[in-house]
Design a protein. Structure first.
Ligand SMILES: *Cc1c(COP(=O)(O)O)cnc(C)c1O
Length: 430
């Protein structure tokens, strides 16, 4: 089912990219548990290696099960192609890889997943890359941060740890004016709540570990290309516009047009970085993605109820959920995220750090884990876990101060989730 652009989201999340298995007629996508693929003959092998024919060589590069997932996510996001990889963090490195080089920088939002802040502020320096963090609500600051060495702007749509949503269109306009791509991490929103490409993004990255899989079983990542960026409009992206020495001088943009970035991601990115998604992981994510819209509807409905209940509770100082009228981002949600503000938010407990630790210990339905986007409700005290490597200033900027817990509201009965919070808050603030 590849030429079906007019089907609705609910149909595409089940069918896009998949077709009955040509060998057996198997209706569900088989797990192609194989490392290599037999060439028809020597000419076929040569054509595959020359990228003159699309096919399978070796599973570090491509695999039929993973390919179905790639096409499914690309379709749901409205992109021309996608490359899956081993984790969300791998997807971020893979997304930047064709764009960056020593001395180049990415302008990134201060409101990012804690692990991404660490990856961008520390680890990428080993490659000679750097990140400049800015408040993406301050468009003048974003503009001022973009310099001649900037190769991308990076933000999250619905930001982790929650309570903030980005005006993607405004950032896309700035990136366009500077001749650089906007990369949006759409993990927390999923294409059901937000399609960044429709709002002007060039690239979308995902941790498929979260809502796309939705059952907490496997890690994975994905990079989706809008296919709309002109890599040859300036000389900033030689890996795509000029002869690529890592592929015997192939000019990716000239040869593959709108698919240049996707082909580069497979032929160079996966080939040489090796951050490949395995077919088992693709299988679990394909299972999960079939129910994405149903789950996201319930996630949002529950989050809305739980956030409103917490906000009215005297044991809670404040709730940062962009779906509440009290949020400074409420109007932006109505405009840019009309299906809801996701299911991830933070709240501050009266009693600070100590009370947060007691709350986390007393909860029964909620699991205390460093994860989000599971069918189960999850909680974490960010300051003592995911955001622990950050400075106090970075913690505050990311909305993860010591008195704050982050919740990922699951799809259980809302009344049970609320009752669990009620009994645990009683113990935490006794
Ligand atoms: C989890 C997460 C990541 C990292 O993904 P992994 O699959 O854990 O590597 C990146 N961005 C966001 C928003 C996330 O929630």
């Amino acid at each position: 089912m590849s030429d079906t652009p007019n089907y609705g989201f609910d149909t595409l999340q089940i069918h896009a990219g998949a077709r009955p298995d040509p060998a057996t007629g198997a209706r569900q996508t088989p797990i192609y548990q194989t490392t290599a693929y037999v060439f028809r003959d020597a000419d076929h092998a040569a054509a595959l290696f020359n990228l003159q024919e699309v096919g399978y060589i070796y599973s570090r590069l491509t695999n039929p099960t993973v390919a179905v997932l790639q096409e499914r996510i690309a379709t749901l996001e409205g992109g021309v192609g996608a490359v899956c990889c081993s984790s969300g963090h791998a997807a971020q490195i893979m997304a930047l890889f064709p764009l960056m080089g020593p001395g180049r920088n990415v302008v990134a939002s201060t409101r990012l997943y804690g692990g991404t802040v660490t990856q961008f502020s520390q680890t990428i320096k080993r490659f000679g890359w750097s990140a400049k963090f800015v408040d993406t609500d301050d468009l003048e600051a974003v503009k001022a941060a973009i310099d001649e060495n900037t190769r991308a702007v990076f933000c999250e749509s619905i930001a982790n740890p929650g309570g903030y949503v980005t005006d993607i269109r405004a950032l896309a306009d700035l990136a366009d004016a500077a001749g650089i791509p906007l990369i949006v991490d759409n993990t927390s929103a999923t294409p059901y709540l937000c399609r960044p490409i429709e709002q002007g993004a060039t690239l979308v990255v995902h941790s498929t570990t979260k809502y796309l899989t939705g059952n907490g079983t496997v890690t994975g990542g994905c990079i989706v290309d809008s296919g709309r960026f002109d890599w040859s409009a300036n000389d900033k992206f030689p890996s795509l516009s000029a002869p690529e020495p890592a592929y015997h001088g192939l000019k990716f943009h000239e040869t593959f047009g709108s698919l240049a970035y996707t082909f580069h991601g497979i032929a160079i990115g996966l080939r040489d970085l090796g951050m490949t998604m395995n077919p088992q992981a693709a299988h679990y994510t394909l299972m999960g993605i079939e129910t994405l819209s149903l789950r996201m509807q319930r996630h949002v409905e529950n989050a809305q109820k739980v956030a409103a209940w917490l906000e009215a509770d005297p044991r809670v100082d404040y709730v940062t959920y962009a779906g509440l009228p009290s949020s400074p981002y409420y109007d932006r949600v109505q405009k840019c995220y009309p299906k809801g503000a996701g299911a991830l938010f933070t709240f501050a407990v009266k009693g600070g750090y100590e009370a947060c630790v007691k709350l986390v210990n007393a909860l029964e339905i909620f699991s205390h884990v460093a994860n989000l986007g599971d069918a189960r409700s999850l909680i974490i005290h960010s300051a003592s876990t995911t955001h622990r490597q950050l400075s106090p200033e970075q913690q505050e900027a990311a909305g993860a101060g010591p008195n704050v817990v982050r919740v990922s509201i699951g799809i259980e009965d809302a009344a049970d989730i609320i009752a669990d919070l009620d009994q645990a808050l009683a113990k935490a603030t006794a």
